[in-house]
Design a protein around this ligand. Structure first.
Ligand code: NAP
Length: 255
């Protein structure tokens, strides 16, 4: 093992990086040597993440991007190539949460939002990133954020669980399709991480965090940085023989 930073010299796009897991990932990727472009919808938050990285000596800029809009996704990927000449690695981490509801009577607007952002957005992001990597870097690596809720029944969040399971299928299909071109595609399935998304879930269902923690073998929630560490490794050349996997980062939940 040498001491080279995991992502030294890589041009990285992180979508869903204005807060939570994505912001932690952008900070870690920059510390690991990447030049990072952070994307999401909230411009002020993105600017602050990018400014923090630069203040810490890293390289970062932002692009406003809506994963619910395929043209916006394409513009974000194009912006990375225009700024830096290529795209090496991408973390498709954006995700929308909706209030818990069982299948019967599930609000159609919530269903459409979850599928549009969490599945369709990631699907088209992977497509645009693969094209950019092939055209500019001649290879690369992509990580999609799935969820532990895609691996097991998800009675409280059935549309979310189904959209994330679709991401797992997309990940495997893209991994096999683009392996001959040197592009690896993997996913991470985080367990409970105390971000804004989970705070909203707790507001709708008080006690849900404590219930999930009590069922987590490691006995606690994860930190955003612990999910980011797994993403950094999967995007780095140190995982060069890993493709098509959905890596649980769950503290043992669903093991
Ligand atoms: P979060 O703090 O709510 O962050 C969600 C991120 O996604 C934000 O940066 C948000 O930015 C972005 N986003 C949402 N809708 C978007 C859209 N239409 N276009 C572009 N960006 C969008 O939640 P988080 O927990 O860090 O979630 C990150 C990922 O982890 C999600 O995919 C989530 O499903 C997954 N996950 C989380 C947990 C957990 O326990 N926290 C567990 C399993 C999986 P803007 O609002 O600025 O657009």
């Amino acid at each position: 093992m040498n001491g080279t930073p995991l992502l030294e010299g890589k041009i990285a796009l992180v979508l869903g990086a204005s807060r939570g897991i994505g912001a932690a990932a952008a900070r870690l990727f920059a510390r690991e040597g990447a030049t990072v472009v952070v994307g999401a919808r909230s411009e002020d938050a993105l600017r602050s993440v990018a400014d923090d990285i630069v203040a810490d000596g890293g390289k970062a800029s932002y692009v406003v991007a809506d994963l619910g809009d395929t043209a916006s996704i394409r513009r974000a990927v194009d912006a990375v190539v225009e700024r830096h000449g290529r795209l090496d690695v991408a973390f498709n981490n954006a995700g929308a949460g909706v209030p818990p509801h069982p299948v019967a009577g599930f609000p159609e607007d919530d269903f459409d939002l979850v599928v549009r952002v969490n599945f369709k957005g990631v699907f088209y992001a992977v497509g645009a990133e693969v094209e950019a990597m092939r055209a500019t870097a001649g290879g690369g690596a992509i990580v999609n954020t799935s969820s532990v809720g895609s691996l097991i029944a998800n009675p409280a969040l059935p549309a979310y669980g189904a959209a994330k399971r679709a991401v797992n299928s997309l990940t495997a299909s893209a991994a096999v399709t683009y392996a001959p071109q040197g592009i690896r595609v993997n996913a991470i399935a985080p367990g409970l991480v105390l971000t804004e998304m989970v705070a909203e879930w707790e507001a709708h269902d008080p006690g849900v965090v404590a219930r999930i923690v009590s069922g987590t073998p490691l006995g606690r929630a994860g930190e955003p940085g612990e999910i980011a560490e797994a993403a950094a490794w999967l995007l780095s050349d140190r995982s060069s023989f890993v493709t098509g996997v959905v890596l649980p980062v769950t503290g043992g939940t669903a093991a």
